[in-house]
Design a binder for this molecule. Structure first.
Ligand SMILES: Cc1cc2nc3c(=O)[nH]c(=O)nc-3n(C[C@H](O)[C@H](O)[C@H](O)COP(=O)(O)OP(=O)(O)OC[C@H]3O[C@@H](n4cnc5c(N)ncnc54)[C@H](O)[C@@H]3O)c2cc1C
Ligand code: SF4
Length: 341
């Protein structure tokens, strides 16, 4: 059995205290929300904080407010179960509910939070292993080593962004509120991520994600498709968050397509939206948009299933997601509806 190393747990009751404690802890400290990713990582010695600042006692972080008409603010401490079942989120931001419902199992969704999911560590077959496993193959640069075992000539880490909710937040046009020692700032969800498997977040370590701010639904239809091996629970090895807004005459007013689990950050495909805009979403047009959308997907051999299959399925999933949003027949199903056998 893997055991947690010793650490000090702080339980602030306010955001101000949490920010202060995190600042004081410096590089020794990390925040923990549900702990469903952080504690396993500590057991495998991927993370070695000496001080954990727990967010569970901060009531303000769990608020969910607003409506699909005026826009919503969801506290980072809202659990995935709350996000998946909230009536207003289901009504106006279906892709977010689908993605939350597609994460792991009910006990983990009851503990795991929106903020923890957005800040989820990147994943790689050579990294998400025990300390002894990693030691036996000589470690890699993401922890304890200095080379990349997937691409030995590479000077960077290619670990994969595997959060289910991150691509959706971007496709919804969400913003993220961050609070740190220097005050508060609000950034686009798209700007929270960096194309780097190690420094994958564009926020300071001492900044806490406090809320996700969703714009009014304003006619957008949204969906989320996830490819994974097991139907019961699994991280995505490919996902597609798609949003479509149709004009009164049935043409596409606007579209957003974001691919998950194909790189170290969620990858938007704005060129595919260009193909759709101003056109009627016929099966042919959608097939053309999908052909364009999957080009940026460049999976490496560091996740489950083969590279070729994951790349091919990016096109298939974009096509199916867009057909669903356009009201055309499609195979499979959104959320965790599609898995590879
Ligand atoms: C068996 C298993 C299956 C899983 N399957 C999936 C899956 O299919 N899809 C998926 O997306 N995830 C999956 N997960 C990962 C995890 O359960 C979820 O991503 C969950 O939402 C993480 O939230 P948390 O609150 O538990 O995060 P934590 O574990 O508490 O934290 C995760 C990271 O985020 C940081 N963090 C947490 N909250 C904040 C905040 N407010 N501000 C700044 N940083 C913060 C922490 O410091 C840590 O680095 C799985 C985990 C397990 C163990
Ligand atoms: S991509 Fe390379 S450096 Fe990054 S975790 Fe995997 S093996 Fe390590």
């Amino acid at each position: 059995m893997l055991r947690l190393p010793p650490f000090t747990y702080l339980a602030p009751s306010t955001l101000e205290k949490a920010v202060g404690q995190l600042g004081e802890a410096g590089p020794q400290g990390m925040v923990v929300a549900g702990g469903t990713d952080l504690y396993p990582n500590m057991k495998r010695r991927q993370f070695e904080p000496k001080i954990l600042v727990g967010l569970r006692g901060i009531r303000d972080l769990t608020r969910i407010g607003g409506s699909s008409v005026q826009g919503m603010t969801i506290g980072s401490g809202a659990t995935l179960s709350q996000v998946a079942s909230h009536p207003e989120i289901l009504r106006g931001y279906r892709a977010l509910a689908l993605a939350a419902e597609a994460v792991s199992t009910p006990p983990l969704r009851n503990m795991g939070t929106l903020g923890g999911n957005l800040c989820l560590d990147t994943r790689c077959n050579y990294y998400n292993q025990t300390y002894h496993w990693r030691k036996s193959i000589g470690f890699c640069m993401k922890k304890d080593g200095d080379i990349c075992l997937v691409a030995p000539g590479s000077s960077r880490c290619w670990a994969i962004s595997s959060s289910d909710l991150a691509p959706v937040a971007i496709a919804l046009g969400a913003q993220v509120r961050l609070v740190g020692p220097g005050g508060e700032r609000v950034i686009r969800a798209a700007d929270l991520y960096r194309d780097d498997g190690i420094v994958y977040l564009a926020k300071a370590p001492e900044e806490i994600v406090t809320d996700v701010v969703l714009p009014p639904t304003d006619g957008w239809r949204t969906t989320y498709w996830k490819l994974c091996r097991r139907g019961s629970f699994d991280f995505p090895v490919l996902s597609v968050a798609a949003a479509l807004r149709l004009a009164a005459d049935g043409t596409v007013e606007d579209a957003r397509i974001v691919l998950g689990a194909v790189a170290s950050h969620p990858v938007a495909a704005p060129q595919a939206a260009d193909v759709l805009r101003g056109q009627r979403p016929t099966p042919d047009l959608i097939a053309r948009a999908a052909q364009v959308a999957y080009q940026p997907a460049k999976p490496l051999d560091n996740a489950d299933l083969t590279i070729g299959y994951r790349k091919k399925m990016a096109r298939v999933f974009v096509e199916r997601a867009l057909r669903e949003l356009a009201g055309l027949p499609y195979e499979g199903g959104p959320g965790r509806g599609m898995r590879a056998s």
